[in-house]
Design a protein around this ligand. Structure first.
Ligand code: IMP
Length: 441
């Protein structure tokens, strides 16, 4: 019998506020495990007015009794990892002894960034708008079976597998990408130099989590990006290169499906997206600018302005289906305060057809028009409200309508950036998740 482990998954295009929700739930768990993506993610957490932005290390690290792990499904840039560890230490947070990286996670090599920049430029108007962190090319090497895994960096043999792989990959890169050629030997030497610092962190995460489960220690599975950026289920090709949806938990950590006891989707009260690709409810012009300013919608990793639009119930229902979401955490409700009217997209009009399932064909989607339902807004502020019954009646009606459209309960409502500005609805499923037996230290 597994302890009650819960997965937290983005239900839109990332930036749903997962960092805050994970931080809120973490005290009920012993371990937080990240299963995909890399330092393209940006999880922002405010604790007692202090702002923390984490890219690679799970935000659970801010809780001193919690152990954090990065699974084999994550791609790791050792320099970015060391930088983040140093920043945490500078803030008085000590990760030593409670932060581990899978031996099987793939490494982002320095040339992956140039490969990404070159391939984005070659796409022209079809560019994806990636974060330029080398994420995609690292996953390409993994699937191409020429990747370097974290444990490989410990190979000291000058003619060993690490040296041979780096040499072959760098030679291929030098042929494919213009500019100054990369010297494989100096890259090999600098990667080997990273091993002594990495070695104490490296472990078999699958075995670690299995043992934890046997000892009744609960695990929170932390997703990065979101359902619509998933390589299989997102708006391909405008997606990231990993599986942020539920299947990524099993493949990215080496755990069985039965180890997942609960699945929580995080969704904003409106929609945002960074980078290119379809965003059916996008608001252009003043309305979009107003939402961006009031929600402070700028990328936590890249600072890029996010595209903003109304809540899309087609997307939300899709996320419920592909992830098996049991409940939603609804974030940034306060950003909608003061709007005279609020729109909810319930379908897309594509020519003569009303489409209510997210379409396969993003080209066709671009020709569709969202179908909206209009709800009255609310004057009173929701910012900082901590009890559901204290929300303005129209805000409660808005939440109830989202629940009805997705057939899924909203169990958490976030009304501000601080940990405390949150409504956890009494008697809901999340109360069960939070109240499950405390983890042993
Ligand atoms: P990549 O992950 O850098 O390859 O970028 C692919 C797409 O995913 C781009 O549109 C990025 O803007 C987007 N993306 C990647 N990570 C995040 C994230 O954490 N939040 C939001 N968008 C992201």
């Amino acid at each position: 019998m597994y302890p009650l482990n819960v997965a937290v998954i983005g239900a839109q295009w990332g930036d749903e506020g997962k960092g805050k929700i994970i931080d809120l739930l973490t005290p009920a768990f012993a371990i937080v495990a990240r299963y995909q993506g890399g330092h393209n993610a940006g999880h922002t957490v405010f604790v007692n007015g202090r702002k923390f932005v984490l890219h690679l290390i799970p935000s659970g690290i801010l809780h001193p009794d919690v152990t954090c792990v990065i699974g084999n499904g994550v791609v790791v840039d050792p320099e970015a990892l060391f930088k983040e560890l140093d920043q945490l230490r500078a803030e008085g947070i000590e990760p030593e002894g409670r932060f581990f990286v899978s031996d099987r996670a793939h490494v982002i090599l320095p040339y992956h960034r140039d490969v990404e920049v070159t391939s984005e430029a070659a796409r022209g108007t079809r560019r994806i708008g990636t974060t330029s962190r080398g994420i995609g090319p690292s996953y390409e090497d993994k699937i191409g079976r020429r990747g370097v895994r974290v444990r490989d960096l410990g190979d000291r043999d000058p003619d060993g597998v690490l040296a041979q792989t780096i040499r072959a990959n760098v030679e291929a890169r030098n042929q494919a990408v213009g500019g100054a050629p990369v010297d494989w030997q100096s890259m090999h030497a600098s990667l080997m130099a990273q091993w002594p610092r990495l070695e104490p962190l490296v472990t078999d995460v699958s075995i670690f989590l299995d043992e934890a489960g046997r000892n009744g220690r609960r695990v929170l599975y932390e997703g990065a990006q979101g359902t619509m950026l998933d390589i299989d289920h997102g708006t391909y090709p405008f997606v990231s290169a990993s599986n942020g949806t539920i299947g990524g938990v099993c493949t990215g950590l080496g755990v069985g499906a039965r180890s997942i006891g609960g699945v929580l989707g995080v969704i904003k009260a409106y929609t945002t997206r960074v980078g290119e690709g379809p965003l059916p409810t996008e608001l252009k012009g003043d309305d979009g600018d107003a939402l961006r300013e009031s929600g402070q919608e700028y990328g936590a990793s890249t600072g890029r302005p996010r595209r903003c639009g109304w809540y899309d119930a087609v997307v939300a229902r899709y996320a419920v289906r592909v992830n098996g979401l049991q409940a939603f955490a609804l974030t940034k409700l306060d950003v909608l305060d003061g709007l005279p009217e609020i729109q909810i997209c319930t379908g897309y009009q594509c020519g003569d057809e009303l489409v209510t399932e997210f379409p396969f064909d993003t080209e066709r989607l671009a020709t569709c028009v969202p179908v909206y339902e209009t709800l009255p807004g609310w004057d009173a502020t929701t910012a900082g409200v901590r009890r559901f019954d204290d929300l303005p009646v129209r805000a409660r009606e808005y939440v109830a309508r989202l629940e009805a459209l997705t057939d899924t309960p909203v169990v958490i409502v976030s009304t501000g950036s601080d940990r405390a500005d949150t409504i956890v609805r009494e008697g809901s499923l999340v109360a069960e998740w939070l109240l499950a037996p405390s983890p042993s230290p």
